[in-house]
Design a binder for this molecule. Structure first.
Ligand SMILES: Nc1nc2c(ncn2[C@@H]2O[C@H](COP(=O)(O)OP(=O)(O)OP(=O)(O)O)[C@@H](O)[C@H]2O)c(=O)[nH]1
Ligand SMILES: [Mg+2]
Length: 284
């Protein structure tokens, strides 16, 4: 990475859709017809290619097991948007979500990822719509203490609302992104994955409204962040659910083309191009 090249990191709690988005993104980057493209001379990147292979077989890619401290496993995919846009590199593979969850619970991020965030000025922050792991109720008696210091008590942890974790992840980004003198803008695209799982009314209202109703505390923190340039995106990587919707899966396998599937909602507008959140990060 040269000093003038920005990098983009994927950040999110377990099972929030990081790897599957990366797989779908990679399919588009490889095809070269989207708002963001990549130079294909990066060779065959097995990790992402394997994830794409799952999608082609009509299954979501599995959970990430890579050791987050294994630096040798990290590589960077150069990404480019329109003429004049910021050139950047996507840091892959995405770290598994346990690392981010532990960082919140310990109120501390490992040195290796702290340094990576400081060298990075942009991030995709993942939230998964209707994830069984989303813990919704905000219990102020518990959360109050957590916001000042995350408790090591397992019983209490299991009641920590997801939005409290999200607020802390946002705080990490605010305090680290671009801190080692990076000149490119400090930007965060909040990506709400599995957008296809929401009902028609929620989908029509767009990702900001979704965040406001499901995670009001996190929504407030995003709105009040003076330090970062933030926008929200709804993403469905293939346009439906390959796990719980056998009809959709059968149709996808019979007629689906991974490159023509999936969409992004920005504002309330739906667009077929899944690279849109990256294009937003890279805009001049
Ligand atoms: N319906 C639907 N489900 C999705 C979509 N994207 C992700 N998912 C679901 O989310 C699950 C988790 O996705 P992963 O990509 O493995 O999540 P991750 O953030 O990489 O998880 P870790 O590796 O554990 O950190 C998948 O197995 C799918 O069930 C989507 O666009 N639509
Ligand atoms: Mg993963």
């Amino acid at each position: 990475m040269t000093a003038s090249t920005a990098s983009i990191l994927l950040v999110g709690l377990p099972e929030t859709g990081k790897t599957n988005y990366l797989a779908r993104l990679w399919a588009s980057l490889r095809e070269g017809k989207s708002a963001v493209t990549s130079t294909p001379d990066t060779g065959v990147i097995k990790y992402v290619e394997d994830a794409v292979a799952h999608l082609l077989e009509g299954a979501f890619a599995g959970r990430t097991t890579l050791d987050s401290e294994d630096q040798s496993a990290t590589f960077r995919i150069p990404v480019r948007a329109s003429e004049g846009a910021i050139a950047a590199e996507l840091v892959v593979p995405d770290v598994n979500g346990e690392m981010w969850r532990d960082a919140v619970e310990d109120s501390e991020i490992s040195q290796r990822w702290h340094d990576e965030l400081c060298r990075t000025s942009m991030a995709l922050l993942f939230v998964r719509a209707r994830s069984p792991l989303n813990h919704m109720p905000l219990d102020w008696v518990v959360s109050d203490g957590i916001l000042t210091k995350i408790t090591p008590n397992a019983e209490v942890q299991s009641r920590i609302p997801t939005q409290v974790y999200l607020c802390q992840l946002l705080r990490f980004l605010e305090t680290t992104l671009g801190q080692s003198g990076v000149k490119t803008p400090r930007r965060v695209a909040v990506v709400v994955t599995a957008w296809d799982r929401l009902d028609a009314q929620q989908r029509a209202q767009g990702p900001w409204r979704y965040l406001e109703s499901e995670f009001p505390l996190f929504f407030g923190a995003l709105q009040n962040s003076e330090e970062l340039d933030i926008d929200a995106f709804g993403v469905s990587i293939v346009g439906g659910d390959l796990t719980d919707d056998p009809g959709f899966k059968a149709d996808f396998l019979a007629n689906g083309d991974v490159h023509a599937s999936g969409y992004v909602v920005h504002g309330t507008e739906e667009q077929a191009d899944v690279t849109i959140p990256i294009a937003w990060l890279l805009r001049k």
